[in-house]
Ligand binder design. Structure first.
Ligand code: S3P
Length: 171
């Protein structure tokens, strides 16, 4: 396997599960949001506010192209909107095995209620409606990009989720 890539909606736990997997598998971890913030030297919120969503989406594509250059097995955690662009899905296919962490809307709602200020895509919307709307718009892209889908349940810990992914991928 080239790399292990986690995709899924905001709040599904991609970053923490990716961190756990990189510890267990003893390999580098790349979080596209964190890498973009570091390169730009500003937060995702600031990027959206001053440069707009399209600019951020271009940065995401460039980040995937950059990750293509690195050698060796790694775990990659994607921003929630990354698989929407077809161009990105093509790059993801070349980059490694993609796991979709699929969480129920109700669970996402509970988790995002206290974290929405860090997420410009949720700003100015009624939260539950916005989650449903974005899920509806994105589900097909998530499924198209994924090699495996892992159904996340509320009672699952980060370790449970990591184990489930390792089993599905045989690693
Ligand atoms: C986004 C998700 C965020 C971040 C940006 C846009 C989205 O990442 O990339 O705010 O469009 O779903 P997380 O999924 O890590 O919150």
């Amino acid at each position: 396997m080239k790399s292990l890539i986690l995709e899924g909606f905001m709040g599904c736990g991609k970053s923490s599960i990716a961190e756990q997997l990189s510890k267990e598998l003893n390999c580098p971890l790349y979080d596209t949001d964190a890498l973009i913030e570091k390169d730009e030297n500003r937060s995702i919120n600031e990027i959206f506010e001053s440069s707009g969503e399209e600019y951020f989406r271009d940065l995401e594509t460039k980040m995937l192209e950059k990750l293509m250059q690195q050698d060796g097995f790694c775990v990659i955690s994607l921003g929630g909107g990354m698989p929407v662009r077809e161009e990105n899905r093509k790059l993801l296919r070349k980059l490694g095995t993609v796991v979709y962490i699929k969480a129920p809307a109700e669970l996402l709602f509970k988790r995002l209620e206290n974290e929405r200020e860090k997420r410009p895509m949720l700003e100015g919307h009624e939260l539950r409606q916005r989650i449903d709307e974005l899920l509806r718009l994105r589900e097909e892209a998530y499924l198209k990009a994924a090699d495996f889908t892992m159904g996340l349940r509320e009672e699952m810990t980060v370790k449970d989720a990591a184990l489930c992914i390792r089993k599905a991928c045989g690693i």
